[in-house]
Design a protein around this ligand. Structure first.
Ligand SMILES: [Zn+2]
Length: 258
């Protein structure tokens, strides 16, 4: 799946799970965590960026090109160690991304910002990073610097208007990264066996495109990455994400006031 498509499916998945905005008279999300509209939107931003994280193993991916030399060097190390669609496309990696988010989010680190007052720096940092990734992948803003400026703005905003980030921020990282795995699972190449590094390989006569000799699995409903079916699915997801985000923002007076 392409970077922008991963990003928008991360947004849509988060809005479907955490959102509760009324669309056509029905709640358009499961409201799993009973979050305020501000938290839902901030989580959507984080899930969008986190949906790009597993592709840190690919030099051409948005996430690898986002942070200049630093992320390029990181990609070189990861792709050499794990190969593309290897270790970073597993449940273990999702758990690691989520644990890392919990550590950053849990930092007891408040920063005094002029005018805005005290800002939760851990949460702001996480939102800044994920927002910069997401806006770049979705081509909301372009160029080497602008996504980071937008990211920093969102990070500080969240640090001010939604300082209670106890669990929903890491949850958004988990949802985003899991959505990435689901997206790649739907393409021909598939993903490593879910319990990786414990891989179950099929006996020769049972090997198929769904369960490959390598142990990789796929449900290739979308065909090859970037296919017309992938575009169609992501157009629908974009419509869902945009509608639910707009309705949620409209229902959050605090956000509109800021
Ligand atoms: Zn991928």
């Amino acid at each position: 799946m392409m970077g922008g498509h991963h990003a928008i499916s991360g947004t849509a998945a988060w809005m479907a799970l955490a959102g509760s905005a009324p669309v056509l008279g029905h709640a358009a999300g499961l409201d799993l965590w009973d979050l305020s509209p501000e938290h839902v939107i901030a989580g959507a931003v984080v899930a969008t960026g986190a949906a790009l994280l597993p592709d840190i193993d690919h030099p051409g991916a948005t996430v690898s090109r986002s942070g200049g030399g630093l992320t390029k060097a990181l990609t070189r190390v990861v792709s050499r160690a794990a190969g593309h669609r290897g270790a970073t496309h597993t449940l273990l990696a999702v758990a690691a991304f989520t644990a890392l988010a919990m550590v950053v989010d849990g930092l007891d680190w408040q920063v005094q910002v002029p005018v805005l007052g005290e800002v939760e720096a851990g949460a702001a940092l996480l939102v800044t990073l994920m927002c910069a990734l997401g806006t770049r992948a979705l081509k909301v803003v372009e160029g080497p610097l602008l996504p980071w400026v937008v990211g920093l703005g969102s990070g500080v905003l969240v640090g001010v208007i939604a300082p209670d980030t106890s669990f929903w921020l890491p949850a958004a990282v988990a949802v985003g990264a899991l959505t990435h795995l689901a997206g790649d699972l739907l393409t021909t190449d598939g993903i490593p066996f879910p319990t990786w590094p414990l891989t179950v390989r099929p006996p020769k006569h049972l090997a198929s495109p769904l369960w490959q000799r390598s142990g990789d699995i796929a449900v290739p409903l979308l065909g090859n990455a970037g296919s017309a079916r992938e575009w169609l699915l992501c157009t629908v997801l974009t419509g869902f994400a945009a509608t639910t985000v707009i309705v949620t923002v409209a229902g959050a007076p605090g956000m509109l006031a800021v």
